[in-house]
Ligand binder design. Sequence first.
Ligand SMILES: Cc1cc2nc3c(=O)[nH]c(=O)nc-3n(C[C@H](O)[C@H](O)[C@H](O)COP(=O)(O)OP(=O)(O)OC[C@H]3O[C@@H](n4cnc5c(N)ncnc54)[C@H](O)[C@@H]3O)c2cc1C
Length: 307
Amino acid sequence: MTDYATLRPYLISQLERGELTFLADYPLSSLCTFRIGGPADFIVYPKTERALISLVEFVRSVGVRYNVFGNASNVLFDDPGYRGVVIFTSELKSVTISGENVTAGSGMSVTALSVAAYRASLSGLEFTYGIPGSVGGAVYMNAGAYGGEIKDVCISSRVYNPDTCEIEVYSGNEQRFGYRESVYMNSPLIILSSDFRLKESDPVEIDALMRKLMNQRIEKQPLDLPSAGSVFKRCEGYFTAKLIEDSGLKGMTVGGAQVSEKHAGFIVNKGGATASDVLRLIEHIRNVVYMNFGVNIQPEVRYIPAE
Ligand SMILES: Cc1cc2nc3c(=O)[nH]c(=O)nc-3n(C[C@H](O)[C@H](O)[C@H](O)COP(=O)(O)OP(=O)(O)OC[C@H]3O[C@@H](n4cnc5c(N)ncnc54)[C@H](O)[C@@H]3O)c2cc1C
């Protein structure tokens, strides 16, 4: 049974000590890029790694459910919201650069990180410029774009393991990166910071590549409407967005959710979309694509049930 009787005083005491800030009964729709989701019981922003770890230890000790997010740009929150504690890492945004090595806190925006790397004349993160996620979310998802992937540059991550109460380091093959996959998925591990190995390069060339990739995003993606990016993963031998477009689904609408008229791989929130609209549209797209092409497309966006 959820023990909020001790959770609330704990949060208030940590707030008073300057360890965190929190919101109670607050709509997730205002905190994610899809602009969908009902109220979470508690939304917490720990200010330090230590505060994050203490919070996780506490919520586990009182049996309260929790989940850790970066910028909530790859998630679909539920219509009834979230029963438990939603933790955002946004305050953990340190960056240190030493030669060609960059270490970034999990809450750092990857776009801001790519700009920091450019300013240090370091190449390798240009592909992340424009991805609206955090370092932790990008490492968790092995985010990628335009031929680049996090796995190409992320050499290790420091993580908190709530099962052992230890900070551990995952490096090399231990991060088990695959296409939109990592060891962190379906595990209790919380990414605290990640190390990237970049290459010294001409800042003019880095800047030119970043601008080129950003222009491609602006040209191809429906950035004027709320979304969670590409809804489906790439599938072997096919362009998923083309399968959807060739199925005649571009522009198809369920409630406020629509298959983007600009990019069929995106579902956009045209206004007032609910999680159930999006889930129904995803199911419909998957069925139609399967009927037309025999291809079973898989969602990339992570649905977070209310309980
Ligand atoms: C307009 C738009 C364009 C996009 N373009 C791209 C693109 O080009 N390429 C691409 O790959 N993605 C893209 N995305 C999707 C998304 O931005 C990426 O997947 C991003 O890496 C997610 O980061 P996040 O911080 O928002 O993660 P969140 O959405 O907050 O979380 C995603 C998952 O990671 C987990 N997680 C987050 N932080 C941590 C942590 N510190 N420790 C453990 N688990 C954690 C969460 O629990 C969740 O399961 C796009 C999205 C939008 C809206």
